[in-house]
Design a protein around this ligand. Sequence first.
Ligand code: ATP
Length: 367
Amino acid sequence: AASDSAEASQPAVEFRNIDIAYGKFVAVRDFSLSIRKGSFVTLLGPSGCGKTTILRSIAGLVDISGGQIMIDGRRVDDVPIYKRNIGLVFQSYALFPHKTVFDNVAFGLKYRNVPKPEIVRRVGKALEMVRLPGSEKKLPSQLSGGQQQRIALARAIVFEPQVLLLDEPLSALDANMREEMRVEIKKIQKETGITAIFVTHDQEEALSMSDRIVVMNAGSAEQIGTPEEVYERPATAFVADFLGKANMLAGTVSGSGKATAVVLASGQTVNVACPRQLADGSKVTVVVRPQKLTVGAAAGANHLSGRVVSASYLGGSAIYEIDIGGKTSIRANATITGRVLREGETIDLGFDPEGCVLLDEDGQRIS
Ligand code: ATP
């Protein structure tokens, strides 16, 4: 029984302090991550932060220069690509253009010497799963971009790999198709119970699809957590800014009390919930999400007054750029109750002390 539970809790994939270098350039530095079986984990970060490099290292497409990669508890750094049981989906669908859908999807099974009747059955099942049943005889050129990406997905899951790797699979699709495929990939992942590792620089994709998000910056993990954790409680200034472009208000702690009073650059004072006492005069940054601000008849404990610099109507809500005291610009994403505010109007902003996060001088969350 003891070994059963050890088996159940065994991570599907584990990175132990891996380094990856291209020549002298270190693309990934001391990266560690443990991925639970059956979970959907996203590597999120700006271009060049090392997401693709990490994904490729699982498949054996790039070599690591330090650390270890484990799949189902077994070290794989020396296992060649063809012996790793991994499904891959890329941004470019990478289908064989002159082969039928059947031959494209069957590829991994033929390669693994699966008997023909079993291949036919499993290809049929995979095509049903991606909602393209009966498309076996078509050529990729007869399919739309979204359909081709579904075939690529069918090809990756048909041999029931231990891990499914998805490298920006939606970025070549148009906006509507992208949203549809988000839901569908997630559904297939849940149904099959496959462990999926997804790479994207699109925060909405990451927030809507993932069990856990790894926010990457310059070859390292800045924060690992659930979508809610990384969005609501960003650990660093980088995460707060990259995910949802939070307002970052520089200020100075004034006095000391239970709620921390912070004097902003504009001279206005706000109160922020803080679990520990900060020294008078400490430099801090108050992080407030645009959605946490109320505009107009200001609710919330904190009030700021400002002037509307720009207003973008989104239907139901609007994004306002608001100037506070000529020193600070704040973005507010507000539900429209009356009319849309106009440029130049003077308004009140409100937010609660609990609705924000405090960062120290080094951009680290104070908690
Ligand atoms: P993107 O979203 O742009 O694909 P990424 O986060 O996936 O970015 P990687 O492709 O992993 O980033 O690249 C990480 C860093 O390694 C980048 O600075 C990139 O220029 C560099 N790099 C990637 N591949 C190579 C290579 N074959 N040779 C040299 N440098 C490389």
